[in-house]
Design a protein around this ligand. Sequence first.
Ligand code: 5GP
Length: 139
Amino acid sequence: MADTIFAKIISGAVPCHKVYEDDKVLAFLDINPLTRGHTLVIPKEPAESLDQLSDDSAAALGRVLPRLCRAVIAATGVRHYNVLENNGAVAHQAVSHVHFHIIPRPNPQEGLDIGWSPKTFDRAEAQALATRIRGAVDP
Ligand code: 5GP
């Protein structure tokens, strides 16, 4: 596991503007915010990507994420927002430690711009693929 900047923030070696902490989760302001209030929510467990995270850490993150979204809304007065979690360099992950972005979207010009180009849905292929994914879900 790489010694990431987020591991240093968790240990206190690198400072941050903390907004929340419990025994499994830390949240702090992003140093290069897309918009005012852009917040990062990270597990203390040093998992690189979401698929590598333990159920315990995932549950701890899931429990607190909506509360932190509400706090960002309350503090910024911005009602709309995106929650983003990138996995792998091709998917725009720059720091190899799981992190959820909470990004306020005050208007269509500011915040997260999403390129969304849906493909056609092949029903026969979809049935085979759904069966395959179902079979691959950990018990
Ligand atoms: P990613 O592209 O990996 O999903 O996003 C990484 C995020 O971490 C970026 O938005 C970047 O601004 C933020 N970041 C990188 N280094 C630091 C740091 O030292 N402190 C804080 N607060 N945020 C950081």
